[in-house]
Design a protein around this ligand. Structure first.
Ligand code: NAP
Length: 313
C-alpha cells in the first residue's frame, strides 16, 4: 500500500529536520525518510562551535535537540533507503526498500558521505584501525599515536579532537598548504601533540593479523617511499553526495550533486534540495538549517498553488 503525505523529506540531518519543522508547523503532513539515525553527519562530529545559540555543543546532542523540535508538530520519521523518485507532475512517487510513498513535494536532504582513499588494506582494516569517525572510534586510541589523512576542515577539526585522547596525532597531507579554515590551522599549530607530514601520498595500510601497524607513504616531491608506524588511521579526504536512487530525475551535475536555484528549487516543480547534497552548499550545519527553512517555507506556497489550480480547473 502506498502511503500519502504532503511532503516527503529524504534525509534527516540538520537541513531535513529544519524543513520538517517548518512544513509540519504549517500543518502539512510530513515524513522524513533516512537510511540511518537522524542527525546525519552531526553524529560523527565531536564539538560544534559555530552553530548559533551554543558556545559549544556535542554533535550528537545537537542532533537530539533538532530531532525533538522537528517532530513536535507531528512530522514523522522512518528508516528506509530510497531506491527511486518518480515525478508524476502534481504528485511524486518515492520508492524505498521498505514500501512506496506518494507526496506533493519531495525535499532532497540526503547529505554527503566521507570519501575513501581506495588503497590496499583500507577496507580490510576498516574497524581494525581504519576509521572515518573520530567521535565514534577515538576512545580506542587513548594514549596511542594516530594518523589523520587530509588537509580540510574535517581532518583538522577531528585531528584536534583526537589530540585530546591520543598521545600524538600526525596529520598527513598531500600538499604543503592546508585547505582548512584559519581557526583550525592556528589551533593545530599550537597543539604540542599535533604534527604534520607534508607532500605525502598514502599508498597502503599495513597491519598484522589483528590491526593496523603502519602506513606506506610516498613523498610526491622527491619520490621517497617510507613506512610510517601508527596504531590508527582516520581518513578525512572529502565527501561525495548521497544521491543514489535520484539519478533518473535529471537534476544532478556530473559529480552527483543536486542543482538548485537560490530558493532550493530543482528544475522539477515540487522537488527541492537542501544542505550538503546541494551543489552550491557551503556545507555547514548553520547553512543546512538555513536551506531547510527556505524550502520548508516556500514548499507551502507551492502546495497552495496546486490547490488553487484545482479550484480553477
Ligand atoms: P574537503 O574540504 O573537500 O577537504 C578534503 C581534503 O582531503 C583536502 O585537503 C584534500 O587535499 C584532501 N584529499 C582529497 N583527496 C585525497 C586523497 N586521495 N589523498 C589525500 N588527500 C586527499 O573535505 P572536508 O574537510 O571533509 O570538508 C567538507 C565540507 O564540510 C567543506 O565545505 C568544509 O568546510 C565543511 N566542514 C566544515 C566544518 C566546520 O565549519 N566546523 C567542519 C568540517 C567540514 P587538497 O587540499 O590537496 O585538495
Amino acid at each position: 500500500m502506498t502511503q500519502e503525505y504532503d511532503v516527503v523529506i529524504i534525509g534527516a540531518g540538520p537541513a531535513g529536520m529544519t524543513a520538517a519543522t517548518y512544513a509540519s508547523r504549517a500543518n502539512l503532513s510530513v515524513l522524513m525518510i533516512d537510511k540511518g539515525i537522524y542527525g546525519g553527519q552531526m553524529n560523527n562530529t565531536a564539538e560544534v562551535e559555530n552553530y548559533p545559540g551554543f558556545d559549544s555543543i556535542l554533535g550528537p546532542d545537537l542532533a537530539e535537540k533538532m530531532y525533538a523540535s522537528s517532530t513536535q508538530f507531528g512530522a514523522e520519521y522512518t528508516f528506509a533507503e530510497v531506491q527511486d523518485v518518480i515525478d508524476q507532475g502534481k504528485t511524486k512517487k518515492i520508492i524505498t526498500d521498505s514500501g512506496d510513498y506518494q507526496a506533493k513535494v519531495v525535499v532532497i536532504a540526503s547529505g554527503a558521505e566521507h570519501r575513501h582513499l581506495n588503497i590496499p588494506g583500507e577496507d580490510g582494516y576498516s574497524g581494525r584501525g581504519v576509521s572515518y569517525c573520530a567521535v565514534c572510534d577515538g576512545a580506542f586510541f587513548k594514549d596511542e599515536q594516530v594518523t589523520v589523512i587530509g588537509g580540510g576542515d574535517s581532518a583538522l577539526e577531528e585531528g584536534l579532537y583526537l589530540a585530546n585522547l591520543a598521545k600524538e596525532v600526525t596529520i598527513v597531507h598531500r600538499r604543503n598548504k592546508l585547505k582548512a579554515s584559519q581557526i583550525f590551522q592556528k589551533r593545530a599549530a599550537a597543539a604540542d601533540n599535533v604534527h604534520f607530514l607534508w607532500n605525502k601520498d598514502t599508498q597502503e595500510v599495513i597491519g598484522d593479523k589483528e590491526k593496523v601497524t603502519a602506513i606506506k607513504l610516498r613523498d610526491n616531491v622527491n619520490g621517497e617511499v617510507s613506512i610510517y608506524p601508527t596504531s590508527g588511521l582516520f581518513i578525512y579526504v572529502g565527501i561525495y553526495p548521497n544521491t543514489k536512487g535520484l539519478e533518473n530525475l535529471g537534476i544532478l551535475d556530473d559529480k552527483g550533486w543536486v542543482l538548485t536555484d537560490e530558493n532550493m528549487q530543482t528544475a522539477i516543480p515540487g522537488i527541492y534540495a537542501i544542505g550538503d547534497v546541494r551543489k552550491d552548499s557551503i556545507r555547514q550545519i548553520a547553512s543546512a538549517t538555513g536551506d531547510g527553512a527556505v524550502a520548508g517555507k516556500l514548499l507551502f506556497d507551492y502546495i497552495q498553488s496546486l490547490s488553487d489550480q484545482s479550484v480553477k480547473a
